[in-house]
Design a protein around this ligand. Structure first.
Ligand SMILES: NC(=O)c1ccc[n+]([C@@H]2O[C@H](COP(=O)([O-])OP(=O)(O)OC[C@H]3O[C@@H](n4cnc5c(N)ncnc54)[C@H](O)[C@@H]3O)[C@@H](O)[C@H]2O)c1
Ligand SMILES: O=C(O)CC[C@@H](O)C(=O)O
Length: 529
């Protein structure tokens, strides 16, 4: 049974989906105290899965205590409340649910823009106080006005489409979107400075990144049109809240609508909260029944699929692979891990790795196969628990440079994986592997020597001078030590030969020493696959 903690008032559909697998015990903990990393650290140890929205902070401190955690599911898009780097190092998959709340958040943005244009929250408050103010609450039309969208991703695009329907001129700034893509959306792509200079309304839809934090600061605001109105449904840290307060106070910015804050909930004494030209919602962008069901449904299914069948979808720290592709990749992943492991046990020092894929494999997403090579290889160099998620992070930490090549060269195999290691001290520097008949793994080359070996269980790898008697001597040595030979595979090149011997039981070190002492033996190593 897997134990899953669900937090942040997630739709109950997530619990239903996870419990329906019959293999998950779900604990729903909506106690806000658990949003505090200190409290969550005390609780997390026994859980295999954690599902959150934006309220819970999954910090390094929490992850250090998460000894059983395999997956964190974010029912939403932004994963900035999760320390993804720390999770990756610990091999924890972090998934989100992109698209699930896109329309809802775009609709909230447009609602805020219209409410801001027509002073609706202020009018409501004024009427509640028994007043009938009309002159002070006169608004502006949006028709014909220019809307500047910063960040033309999922939400930005829906905002663009809907606001064009409201007869606005839509321009956008996004360095990662091509002019053609923007043109297809009938949006004019402009530079950020251009957008600042032209927009009557500006809406933010960028993720919280090093480059986007405080992108709306005093200098940016000074480039904006006098009387501009700003809407932020992205992340609070994108806007320098003090600079915005200053700008609405001096009238340069006519008004602002904020759904998100640098600190949530914001301190009640925050000056901007009292400003009459600024309206707010408490991070409600994604809060509709429809969106919450969609994101909870997505994340629960993704988490269950990962825990029960290893299929990873929408992970932010691992390539996403569909069930169908995973089925095709699985034998290659298993083979790749064994190839990496074999090389890791033969060589003790690696600086660079080149992994070349050819044949059928080039049509697939080979990144998970690369992760498997690294996991196999690095497992021999560390006593830390390692998995497909954490292996690339450990390679980077160790300064190992990994290169992936897709080759169109025609080999004799339908799909071939070649792993070449650079700058190790001794031993064969490359290994080639393939899958026969879609399921049988084979090592087809080690170093320069071709062969046909099954990578399985304990194996003794012997390099020798190709002279009569070597095979007999090895057989006698193993036999006299009561070690049964399962398979004996041979290859040769010039006067050198290579034996890969599958044995039923692991040989003691002294047996390997006896083999090394036999005539014409160059090296003998035992590996376990
Ligand atoms: N208020 C809410 O409840 C709520 C709900 C959903 C999402 N969000 C926030 O909205 C953000 C956007 O969501 P999305 O689904 O559209 O994400 P997305 O990843 O689809 O789009 C983000 C866009 O920002 C662009 N971008 C990145 N850096 C940029 C920069 N420096 N300048 C301009 N553009 C830049 C990217 O190219 C991308 O097109 C999320 O990251 C999340 O933080 C908030
Ligand atoms: O869960 C929420 O309510 C907010 C989600 C939103 O900020 C997101 O990034 O998807």
């Amino acid at each position: 049974m897997y134990k899953i903690m669900i937090r942040d008032n997630m739709s109950p559909i997530a619990t239903e989906i996870l419990e329906a697998t019959g293999k998950m015990e779900v604990i729903t903990d909506n106690d806000k105290a658990g949003n505090d990393p200190k409290v969550l650290s005390e609780l997390i140890g026994e859980y295999h899965g954690l599902a959150v929205r934006s309220g819970t902070k999954v910090t390094r401190e929490v992850l250090e205590k998460a000894r059983n955690l395999k997956v964190i599911g974010r029912a939403g898009i932004g994963v900035d409340n999760i320390d993804v780097q720390a999770a990756t190092r610990q091999g924890i998959v972090v998934m989100n649910a992109p698209g699930g709340n896109t329309v809802t958040t775009a609709e909230h943005t447009i609602s805020l823009m219209l409410a801001l244009a027509r002073n609706i929250p202020q009018a409501t408050a004024s009427l509640r106080e028994g007043k009938w103010e009309k002159k002070q609450l006169t608004g502006v039309e949006i028709t014909g006005k220019t809307l500047g969208i910063i960040g033309l991703g999922h939400i930005g695009r829906v905002v663009a489409e809907r606001t064009r329907g409201l007869k606005m001129n839509v321009i956008a700034a996004d360095p990662f979107v091509s002019k053609d893509a923007a043109k297809a959306l009938e949006v004019e792509l402009v530079s950020l400075d251009d957008l600042f200079a032209r927009a009557d309304f500006i809406t933010l839809h960028v993720p919280r990144l090093k480059e986007t934090i405080n992108m709306i600061n005093a200098s940016a605001i000074s480039k904006m049109k006098q009387g501009v109105r700003l809407i932020n449904c992205s992340r609070g840290e994108i806007v320098d809240i003090d600079a915005l307060y200053q700008a609405v106070s001096d009238g340069h910015v006519a008004g602002a609508a904020l759904d998100v804050f640098p600190q949530e909930p914001p301190d009640a004494s925050l000056p901007i909260l009292k400003h009459p030209h600024v309206i707010f919602t408490p991070h409600l962008g994604a809060s509709t029944g429809e969106a919450q069901i969609k994101v909870a449904d997505m994340i629960a299914n993704q988490m269950a699929e990962y825990l029960l069948s290893g299929v990873i979808t929408h992970a932010v720290n691992f390539p996403s692979v569909s069930v169908e592709i995973m089925e095709q990749l699985r034998p290659h992943i298993d083979l790749a891990e064994k190839m990496g492991s074999l090389m890791g046990q033969l060589v003790r020092k690696v600086h660079d790795i080149t992994i070349t894929y050819s044949g059928d494999l080039t049509a697939l997403d080979t990144r998970p196969v690369t992760h498997a090579v690294l996991k196999g290889l690095l497992s021999s160099f560390t006593d830390k628990p390692l998995n497909y998620v954490s292996a690339p992070a450990l390679a980077e930490e160790k300064g190992i440079h990994v290169r992936e090549v897709l080759s169109s060269s025609k080999d004799d195999f339908s799909g071939l994986i070649k792993v070449k290691l650079e700058a190790h001290e001794e031993g064969p520097d490359e290994i080639w592997g393939t899958i026969f008949e879609k399921k049988y793994p084979r090592i087809v080359r080690l170093g320069k020597i071709y062969m046909d070996a099954i990578p399985e269980g304990p194996m003794i790898i012997i390099q020798n001078i190709d002279k009569p008697g070597v095979i007999g001597n090895v057989g006698v040595t193993l036999g006299s030590n009561n070690i049964n030979i399962g398979r004996f595979q041979l290859g040769r090149l010039g006067d050198r030969a290579l034996c890969m011997v599958n044995v039923d039981t692991r040989a003691d070190d002294q047996v390997i020493e006896e083999i090394k002492a036999l005539p014409n033996i160059i090296s003998a190593d035992q590996v376990n696959l």
